[in-house]
Design a protein around this ligand. Structure first.
Ligand SMILES: [Zn+2]
Length: 275
């Protein structure tokens, strides 16, 4: 009996322990989820820029990103690849910065920066010490509003992009296959065109195409600012509101966003390649 009782007790103890462990682990999961959720703060500035802040105080660093809601699916046939070309041009000149000064400034602060273009977004980021956040935010705000798209710089950079296409697609069997697959699978949808663009479109593209893309999509209303790292949401908000993202007025941004919406409504041709 004692033995049985002991076994029962052990069984109950095991059940109780298991229940406690399950409850405990669920509690931890809930707490972890709450902590993660609670650390995210979102708001929209007066000029329409949406801001998302995620606190992460594990190290005194920050990741600062601007996502534009425009990518290759928003392109017209004839200028495919322009979203990605503009991404390259964003590292050139502004009314306040010389060619290449953007990345040089980030590097001088000990940070790194880059960008990437996809089918439905184009994103720019910097990673650096949290104390220098306001400096890179000012740089991003500047190039959202004040980009200088000179013909001479464009003519140099479009050759870089063509070489990128040769390197990643034309000289890669898998790259060519994937491109042909997408163009075949999607007959009447902009998803069919490669993000880097058809070579014939790159060859025909001018700085005016890049300028039009910039004017249409690069507005506060069409962007999301994401800040993750050793920051306080209130400080980020004050920083963003104080002197940044004001280059384009709300009215100008609204008009540009409207043009962007019209562009989204386009129907691309169904033929393969450009037309
Ligand atoms: Zn590129």
């Amino acid at each position: 009996m004692i033995k049985t009782g002991f076994q029962l007790n052990r069984r109950w103890a095991a059940l109780a322990t298991g229940a406690l462990l399950i409850a405990g682990s669920q509690l931890l999961m809930v707490n972890a989820a709450r902590a993660a959720d609670g650390d995210v703060t979102e708001y929209t500035l007066k000029n329409g820029l949406r801001v998302v802040v995620k606190e992460d105080h594990r190290s005194p660093t920050v990741a600062h990103m601007v996502w534009y809601k425009a990518g290759s699916i928003d392109e017209y046939n004839g200028t495919t690849g322009v979203a990605h070309v503009l991404e390259h041009m964003m590292f050139k000149e502004t009314k306040n910065l010389k060619v290449g000064e953007f990345s040089e400034t980030v590097a001088a602060l000990g940070g790194r920066d880059n960008a990437f273009t996809s089918r439905d977004y184009t994103a720019y980021f910097q990673q650096l010490q949290a104390k220098d956040l306001s400096k890179v935010m000012a740089l991003e705000a500047d190039r959202m509003a004040n980009l200088v798209l000179s013909e001479s710089e464009f003519e140099k950079e479009i050759k870089v992009v063509m070489e990128e296409r040769r390197y990643r697609t034309d000289d890669q069997a898998t790259g060519k296959l994937y491109e042909a697959f997408m163009a075949t699978a999607f007959q009447a949808n902009p998803t069919r065109t490669p993000v880097i663009g058809w070579m014939s479109d790159l060859e025909a593209m001018t700085y005016k195409d890049a300028r039009k893309w910039y004017d249409t999509w690069y507005t506060p209303q069409n962007a999301v600012l994401v800040v993750v790292g050793d920051v306080q949401p209130a400080e980020v908000k004050a920083m963003a509101e104080k002197n940044l993202w004001q280059g384009k007025t709300q009215e100008a941004g609204r008009a540009q966003a409207s043009r962007g919406a019209q562009a989204r409504g386009h129907t691309p041709c169904a033929g393969k390649g450009t037309c």
